[in-house]
Design a protein around this ligand. Structure first.
Ligand code: GLY
Ligand code: MN
Ligand code: MN
Length: 454
């Protein structure tokens, strides 16, 4: 847009109201999620990082050693059978990880006959101009697909069975399929071609690759986080006692969408007063009251990756001493956990650090029990293409490039007082980096923002 505006100014020589309007337009910052799509890439697709996906495919084939991986793409969702909230289509994560293509009804075939003999074939349905009047342009089995995907061999999907039979007899070894996303029709093809073969679930192998994020994934996650932060900030700025939770949700999600979010990463949780103590409350229908805390656990998905951010704030902009005391214990617990994040530590270690800190610093804040009794969920989890991304077992050592949440909370049901603070954190070679810290975290910063400050 910027270059178009600049070009117009050059052509018209600028001047007058039109130039002033153009100037105003150039001055507006680009939305956080702005990323110009490749013109030929149909639908909502963004440019593929062809080097990144090729490296991921190589890594998978190297793990397989000798064998086949066969990955179907997702299909369009059915407006008449499903309650679709965003788009007719979202790619499944396994297909996306190895292609970054947002195209439906495709298949990816990877074969390994040893470390020096790796082959990738992309199968695409033929284009259908009549259907494209409804769906918009689609990727077809042609040179455009080859160029955009970076995959040299792109074939029509009706040659799939023939190629699979050929692969079956050429390649010895197991056949890996993401069994969670294959439909009954796809299973029929697989059973027909590979009957009697060692067919395994691909998910475990594919998921293990997804634990450490590569540079392209981190760039996507950072955008998702920045967009999420913008939504949280907008919600805090707009909040007033008496607003309904859904009004706050609307401001929050408008903030996501205005910044280019593709969708929410999970249903937005806007829990005020007593609802702040229900961990996954997402009905969002209550009217807030003066004096309530509001717990907002919400994040944007961008480029297939989602953040996961929670902020808790007073709807009237001022914490009571009691709210602040509980809040500050949660905040300090989160900080102690953050300070312990480094390669080699485990989620179990971090949980222990957080629980211990909260227990030892509770004093009488939570009555007869220490506050850790009211911290009723885990400290955090990995994020990525799923909000609860591929599971890193509690005992597994963290590595640089993993992205996790740190989300301690205290939920005092009898007082209708729940506090959770959740940030996204990148494990670095020497420790950790806050990704979502631009959303105010301390009570002073939250109050300043809600008073109209920055
Ligand atoms: N938003 C879900 C979670 O925090 O785990
Ligand atoms: Mn979380
Ligand atoms: Mn969350």
């Amino acid at each position: 847009m910027r270059s178009v505006v600049a070009l117009l100014l050059l052509v018209t020589g600028g001047g007058g109201a039109a130039a002033a309007a153009a100037q105003a337009r150039t001055a507006a910052p680009a939305p956080l999620g702005a990323w110009t799509p490749t013109p030929e890439l149909p639908g909502m697709g963004r440019p593929v990082d062809t080097a990144a996906v090729a490296a991921r495919r190589r890594a998978l084939l190297q793990r397989i050693g000798r064998g086949i991986a066969l990955i179907p793409a997702s299909h369009e969702r059915d407006l008449e059978k499903e309650y679709i909230q965003d788009n007719d289509f979202r790619q499944n994560n396994t297909f996306f990880y190895f292609t970054e293509l947002e195209t439906q009804d495709a298949w990816l075939l990877l074969t390994a006959r040893g470390p020096d003999s790796l082959e990738t074939v992309l199968f695409l349905p033929p284009r259908n101009p009549g259907q494209e009047r409804w769906t918009g342009l689609r990727l077809g089995p042609d040179s455009v697909a080859t160029r955009l995907s970076g995959i040299a061999t792109v074939l029509p999907v009706d040659s799939l069975e023939r190629r699979l039979f050929a692969a079956r007899f050429r390649v010895r070894g197991p056949v890996y399929v993401p069994l969670d996303v294959t439909t009954r029709d796809e299973r029929r093809v697989i059973d027909l071609v590979f009957s009697g073969q060692d067919v395994r679930n691909l998910r475990q192998l594919a998921d293990s690759l997804r634990e450490v994020k590569d540079a392209d994934e981190l760039a996507r996650l950072r955008r998702a986080v920045d967009i999420s932060v913008a939504g949280h900030v907008a919600a805090m700025q707009a909040a007033r006692p008496g607003m309904y939770e859904y009004e706050i949700e609307a401001v929050l999600e408008a903030g996501f969408r205005r910044n280019g979010a593709d969708r929410v990463g999970y249903p937005s949780i806007v829990g005020s007063g007593p609802n702040s103590t229900t961990l996954h409350y997402d009905v969002n229908r209550r009217q807030t009251r003066d004096g309530d805390l509001v717990l907002v656990d919400a994040a944007a998905e961008w480029g297939q990756y989602t953040a996961d951010v929670t902020r808790t704030w007073p709807v009237n902009g001022k914490f009571t001493p009691r709210q602040k005391a509980v809040y500050d214990l949660v905040l300090a617990t989160q900080q102690v956990a953050f300070d312990s994040v480094r390669p080699g530590t485990t989620m179990r270690d971090l949980n222990r650090v957080a629980q211990t800190y909260m227990r030892e610093h509770s004093a009488k804040l939570c009555g007869d029990q220490t506050c850790d009794a009211y911290f009723i969920h885990g400290l955090g989890h990995p994020i990525g293409m799923d909000v609860h991304d591929v599971t890193v077992p509690g005992r597994q050592k963290l590595e640089p490039g993993m992205v996790i949440t740190l989300e301690p909370g205290i939920y005092l049901v009898e007082e209708g007082l729940g506090v959770r603070i959740e940030d996204d954190v990148l494990v670095t070679p020497t420790g950790a980096e806050w990704l979502s810290a631009k959303a105010p975290r301390t009570t002073a910063d939250i109050e300043r923002l809600m008073r109209g400050g920055r």
